[in-house]
Ligand binder design. Sequence first.
Ligand SMILES: Nc1ncnc2c1ncn2[C@@H]1O[C@H](COP(=O)(O)OP(=O)(O)OP(=O)(O)O)[C@@H](O)[C@H]1O
Ligand SMILES: [Mg+2]
Length: 375
Amino acid sequence: MATTKASNDSTVDATQVLRPPAEVLHADELASLAKADNQPRPPGWQLSPKAVRSFICGSKAPKIARKFYGDDVLVERAIVGLAGNRGLLLVGEPGTAKSMLSELLAAAISGCSTNTIQGSSGTTEDQIKYSWNYALLLAEGPSPRALVPGPLHVGMSVGQIVRFEEVTRCPPEIQDVLIGILSEKLMMVPELHGDGRVLLAKPGFNIIATANIRDRGVHEMSSALKRRFNFETVHPIGELAQEVNLVSEQCQRLLDESSAKVAVGREVIEVLVTAFHDLREGVTADGVQVEKPATVMSTAEAVSVALQASLDAYYYGDGTLSSEHIGRHLVGAVIKDNPDDLKKLKHYFDVVVRQRSKDQGGPWADLGKARKWLR
Ligand SMILES: Nc1ncnc2c1ncn2[C@@H]1O[C@H](COP(=O)(O)OP(=O)(O)OP(=O)(O)O)[C@@H](O)[C@H]1O
Ligand SMILES: [Mg+2]
């Protein structure tokens, strides 16, 4: 695979890194979209809103694979809001692809998804705005050369999307920094004199933030900041068949990346996704009530169980994924820090899996064999 420019100043060879950013991984698709794109582009955008949508939701001509499964209207609203220069805040349960969506949007709009702030309680103002090279600062005083730009400074100077992950984990004073920047589109650098003192954002600059509703914090966001963002809630995938397709595709891609050849049958993935749906909803498709575990049964977790179970089959088995492998790894996904979840999972096996294994046999019977691992 060719090397691709992943950011303003770096070139990445996709074969030499563990996880290439979206603009590198999908460089060919972005190039063909740009070539075919004759629609109007907002100032500073690399693609038109139509082409950005095709990059995320897929298209036939040019042939682009769907990457985000679910609400296409949500994707359109998110793109239109960004085109109108409003910030975008993606909120939702863990593992609903908020970060993935923000990465895809940044890759398509700015050609760079790596200008990212990872929000935490320890995030400081100089980490997100700018800091100083202290050797140069001591030698020549504050100068543009001594300034070390942070993600917001970079995004504003080059006209690029800044991704702000888990924004509500940051202390309020850090969230407040965004208020001025989002409304005035300028950043003061009081230490500098002359032109460098006021940084005016170039067209193309915007902020896409994500926040997880299970973590404390969303409600602590100030109303002034809330007003500057378009909120979009990302929900888990509702349709079973769609989630089966997604888990199968992503598991296969991750196995290819690990050079592991595993036979992954669709019926096994169906069992996995059905179990996730049952536990997430608290009721099966046949109306049997099950207890919902406290753990989030997200699609991201389902992909990770499918991958781990497949690697188990590859390294310790005969290279064919069975539901028993799935069962062994389900334990790790469901039981995290709440001991009651073990009881709930056992109950699911005793009531739902046992019955399906009697009625349907096959992969459900194989899953039943994993009951012994629930300790
Ligand atoms: N609707 C969806 N479309 C495509 N992939 C999805 C979808 N929902 C979940 N996924 C899976 O989830 C993975 C990404 O999860 P991501 O880290 O973006 O979630 P998140 O919402 O940011 O979670 P967290 O709140 O824990 O940060 C994707 O790589 C994909 O495997
Ligand atoms: Mg995330």
